[in-house]
Design a protein around this ligand. Structure first.
Ligand SMILES: NC(=O)c1ccc[n+]([C@@H]2O[C@H](COP(=O)([O-])OP(=O)(O)OC[C@H]3O[C@@H](n4cnc5c(N)ncnc54)[C@H](OP(=O)(O)O)[C@@H]3O)[C@@H](O)[C@H]2O)c1
Length: 234
């Protein structure tokens, strides 16, 4: 059986670990990001999803690959996280974050769904911030809440088509995105892991395994899966 994964944001972090996980299970992997995934066996398509027409140059290539596949797993993983707030976030900056984190996934859905056979899946990578808010990243939080809505609509609108969908919501995962915000200061890392019942950061591989499990688990269709090592609420 020909199996295909199309993942966004596979050049590093959770996306790269996920691409590796599916490659190990004999999936053909296509990655969409600005930088190369640099992973033997994966097909790189370089795109900047902040551009509204980012998909036009690669649409034909993606559709051709999906037509050859018996199963397609579409993984909406790419995201950007900015430091911003409700009392200063302007429309243009907000639109850019929504374009990458929320509109681009729907553009890809719109292109791919007609070519996805029963047994296929659409997986969204949310965040603990998909269902709660903290200070100082309003655009990211709004986009992640929206992604849960997109997943729930996917389930409702595709009922009976044999395509399942879930949203995996990672907690603090040791990737470039997290390190970009907190750096390598051991005191800051300790302050974060104090709020995790397991007392450590998540390895990207753990989220990759969860996404792989979701692709194999239609029973989880409609689920928002909190993959956060037991985040402690204060
Ligand atoms: N790490 C965490 O603690 C954490 C927690 C909760 C949720 N998450 C979620 O997990 C997912 C992966 O995060 P991560 O931590 O692995 O982040 P990361 O290391 O920063 O990777 C983000 C990926 O998104 C891609 N990307 C960003 N902007 C893009 C653009 N304009 N066009 C195309 N691709 C773009 C990047 O590729 P290029 O730069 O090569 O384009 C990169 O591969 C995200 O949805 C994030 O919100 C992460």
């Amino acid at each position: 059986m020909a199996k295909l994964v199309i993942i966004t944001g596979g050049s590093q972090g959770i996306g790269r670990a996920t691409a590796q996980r599916f490659l190990a299970d004999d999936y053909r992997v296509f990655n969409l990001s600005r930088r190369d995934i640099a992973l033997s066996g994966a097909v790189q398509i370089s795109v900047d999803m902040v551009n509204v027409d980012w998909l036009s140059a690669c649409a034909e290539q993606l559709v051709a690959a999906a037509k050859e596949a018996d199963e397609v797993v579409l993984i909406h993983n790419a995201a950007r996280q900015e430091a911003d707030a409700i009392d200063s976030l302007d429309g243009a900056a907000f639109r850019d974050v929504l374009q990458v984190n929320l509109v681009a996934p729907q553009q890809l859905n719109n292109l791919m769904i007609p070519h996805m056979k029963p047994g296929s899946s659409i997986l969204y990578v949310g965040s603990t911030l998909a269902e709660k808010a903290v200070k100082g990243c309003a655009s990211y939080i709004a986009s992640k809440h929206g992604l849960v809505g997109l997943m729930r609509s996917t389930v409702q609108d595709l009922a009976g088509r044999g395509i399942h969908s879930s949203c995996v919501c990672p907690g603090f995962t040791d990737t470039g995105m997290l390190r970009g915000h907190i750096g390598d200061n051991p005191e800051i890392i300790a302050a974060i892991t104090e709020n995790v019942s397991a007392g450590r950061l998540i390895d990207p591989q753990e989220i990759a395994d969860t996404l792989h499990f979701c692709a194999r688990s239609p029973v989880l269709s409609g689920a928002v899966i909190h993959a956060n090592l037991g985040q402690i609420e204060r």
